[in-house]
Design a protein around this ligand. Structure first.
Ligand code: SIN
Length: 358
């Protein structure tokens, strides 16, 4: 090879090396975000493009979810991991313990800056709150889902996933507790809830308000969670393999205690009463709850209303009955806090304090 040809090769190789190192430099500057996929509609598929109900959840794997949104590579260095592949009505305490342990292990690594969890929307708020109480890191953890399967016209999964990764990669999301990102909005795990069976704007934070928006490739925060979250909580699931059995009973006109008594017989350690109004209890149910408490079962008065504080000593004398009032937690989230509380204590005063803290 003559000298000019060799020089040209060398120049070309150097240019290649510089290009590669500039890509590597750019990748180094991007935050490292791990996507933990658990299933749900965001990984679902339907018979055709107009199928927005009656589709199958949890059919698409994490690699395809990531490949469907190449724009992710511009905002983060993304890795994917399939943790479960389920519709979220099948989410269980065992899944939560496994997920929380995996999140904690990943966030302890210096090369992980944030986590995104793709999840079915039906119980997304519960998983978010469980992680809000059990993740031991200030790094961002963002839950995301979709109300429409990926095969639908105007599927919301890809933009929701993009926004969630953007948020998990953002320093603005550090220390704000576990976040939920759907429909261009950012919500706090404790207060967000699913409010509509099927529309894309289903996730809301009634009355207290969402935390912010994601717009133009940027998260905008306007408020912060007031309760303790993540690294500031007293709960440690690292050595737990199970959680205490806590169940929910529902209040309605003409209520009877049959379901409650069956749950207590089946070994419930705690009962959340999703009472009417301000956590009011029908007389036969109240009597059965009093008996259950005498047997050592922890009783939390919550409300089926979905908004407002259940007042301690309001519609029942909690001091006298040794019951706990749920504050603003909806029944499904009160169940999570009571399970975790029971891993620490069975003292109702302590548990009432926790309901005022988290
Ligand atoms: C599910 O929760 O897994 C199904 C519904 C959804 O993701 O929207």
């Amino acid at each position: 090879m003559s000298y000019p040809t060799t020089a040209r090769w060398c120049k070309a190789l150097m240019a290649c090396a510089m290009l590669l190192s500039s890509y590597a430099g750019a990748a180094d500057k991007l935050a490292h975000v791990t996507i933990l996929a658990t299933g749900g509609t965001i990984a679902g598929s339907g018979a055709n493009s107009t199928t927005t109900v009656g589709y199958t959840a949890a059919t698409v794997g994490v690699d395809r979810l990531i490949a469907a949104v190449p724009e992710l590579a511009k905002v983060a260095d993304v890795k994917g991991e399939q943790v479960f592949q389920i519709a979220s009505e099948n989410m269980s305490n065992d899944h939560w313990l496994k997920l929380a342990k995996r999140v904690n292990a990943l966030l302890a690594q210096p090369d992980v800056d944030g986590i995104v969890i793709t999840h079915g929307t039906d119980t997304l708020e519960e998983t978010a709150y469980f992680l809000d109480l059990t993740v031991k890191s200030k790094k961002p953890v963002v839950l995301v889902g979709a109300m429409r399967p990926g095969t639908a016209l105007s599927a919301d999964g890809p933009i929701n996933l993009y926004n969630a990764v953007l948020l998990a990669a953002s320093p603005d999301a550090v220390g704000k507790g576990v976040l939920v990102a759907l429909n261009d909005q950012i919500h706090a795990a404790r207060e967000v809830t699913k409010t509509n069976t099927s529309t894309p704007d289903s996730f809301k934070t009634p009355e207290l308000g969402m935390l912010g928006y994601i717009q133009g490739n940027k998260p905008y925060f306007y408020r912060l969670p007031a309760r303790k979250t993540t690294a500031d909580t007293e709960f440690d699931i690292s050595k737990l393999d199970t959680l205490p059995q806590v169940d929910i009973i529902y209040g309605y006109a003409n209520a009877n205690p049959v379901a409650l008594n069956a749950l207590v017989s089946a070994g419930a350690k705690g009962i959340i009463n999703a009472g009417v109004g301000d956590g009011s209890l029908a007389a036969p149910v109240k009597e059965a709850l009093i008996q259950a408490r005498k047997q050592g079962v922890l009783i939390v008065r919550s409300s089926r209303v979905g908004q407002g504080i259940v007042a301690r000593n309001g519609e029942a004398n909690d001091d006298e009955l040794d019951f706990v009032a749920s504050d603003t937690l909806n029944p499904q989230k009160a169940r999570i806090l009571l399970m975790l509380a029971l891993t620490k204590t069975s003292d109702t005063k302590q548990i009432q304090r926790m309901f005022g803290t988290y």
